[in-house]
Design a protein around this ligand. Structure first.
Ligand code: TXA
Ligand code: MG
Length: 330
């Protein structure tokens, strides 16, 4: 991939998308790897580049609500309310798909996930190219999502395409995915928008039942995993400090933990998740990518216990990274 920036980078990226090529671009959540969602060949290139299973559908990015309506065969009332309230923003709505969206982008489903990202570079790119852009996170399948152009190049440097550098992504975890095709809204993936805010708008969110067919196909695969094993401790404060001192040695264990826990453990190499969930989300993936390169470490111990707001997404990503989340469950 070739890194491009500024206005010249933006117009080169737009032309590349129109020509059926691949462009990694910044959003407010993480970097996405984009292609024209109507072009099956272009979309197939995304799956190849990531090594992504073909039954895992992609999110289609648009610059406004009107474009989203055009990409759906039916635009539910809940989609209208949520998009008017939260777009642009870290919320993906799963709606019945218009057939113009390539089947391969939908992972063979008759629904499509659509979102309008809250990032000036992403919005400028989408407006300029006038193409609905299918884009999963721009990491190799199974790896932590990239929050910088450097992290994209780390995973996908040898892929043919462009990476439009717009600086670090601010939110740091992916969008919240809500299925609004049925009578009741279903939270398929917690993310940058906390469930409380969505429930305040449209009432209670159901969670998938964890049956044989996962509702968000992506949730059945191992995800967000750095190259070292991750151990998740659902603890806080002194309880976490005691557990770590008793079980793990600083020579071979790196820590990902809130600031208050790390203060008591200066002898460990660590990633500081800061004082709150929003800071933790912004630092999580880059932190996992940094620790996996530390010489001599055999494992990463992650400490987290907050499931409010964006904290639920942090918990979900750590559960996935540690391999302990049930298949199909959030
Ligand atoms: O923040 C984000 O959402 C980022 C940026 C680039 O926009 N994108 C992203 O895409 O995280 P990806 O492909 O890594 O995750 C998409 C998730 C997967 O779990 C997928 O299964 C689910 O959304 N999904 C997409 N379309 C779906 C559909 N029609 N039905 C159910 N789940 C869907
Ligand atoms: Mg992803």
């Amino acid at each position: 991939m070739r890194r491009v920036t500024g206005d010249a980078g933006l117009s080169e990226s737009a032309s590349r998308l129109q020509a059926g090529g691949l462009v990694a671009f910044p959003t407010e959540t993480v970097y996405g790897l984009g292609a024209d969602a109507r072009d099956p060949e272009a979309v197939a290139g995304i799956f190849r580049a990531k090594g992504r299973p073909s039954d895992n559908p992609l999110i289609v990015h648009v610059f406004d609500v009107a474009s989203a309506r055009e990409l759906s065969s039916r635009w539910p009332v809940m989609a209208e309310r949520l998009s008017r309230r939260f777009w642009p923003g870290p919320l993906t709505l799963v709606v019945p798909a218009d057939p113009s969206i390539a089947e391969v982008a939908r992972g063979g489903l008759d629904t499509v996930g659509i979102r309008c990202p809250d990032h000036p570079v992403a919005l400028a790119l989408l407006r300029l190219c006038q193409v609905p852009v299918a884009a999963p996170s721009a990491n190799r399948s199974g790896r932590p999502s990239p929050t910088t152009a450097e992290a994209v190049l780390e995973d996908l440097g040898d892929v043919e395409g462009l990476v439009l550098d717009g600086g670090p992504a601010g939110v740091g975890v992916e969008s919240t995915v809500v299925d609004v095709t049925g009578e009741h809204p279903v939270l398929l993936r917690p993310g940058g928008l906390g469930p409380e805010a969505i429930e305040a708008e449209i009432g209670p969110l159901a969670v998938p039942d964890g049956g044989a067919v996962p509702r968000a196909p992506g949730m059945k695969y191992r995800h967000y995993a750095p190259m070292l094993p991750v151990v998740l401790l659902r603890l806080a404060g002194q309880a976490a400090v005691g557990e770590i001192r008793g079980r793990f040695h600083p020579d071979d264990t790196g820590l990902v933990a809130p600031a208050e826990v790390l203060r008591a453990l200066p002898e460990y190499r660590s990633v500081d998740l800061g004082p709150d969930a929003d800071t933790a989300a912004a630092r999580l993936f880059a932190g996992l990518r940094r620790l996996e390169r530390e010489p001599g470490l055999c494992r990463i111990v992650a400490v987290w216990d907050d499931v409010r707001g964006r904290g639920l997404a942090v918990m979900n990503r750590l559960e996935k990274a540690s391999g302990e989340a049930d298949h199909g469950r959030i």
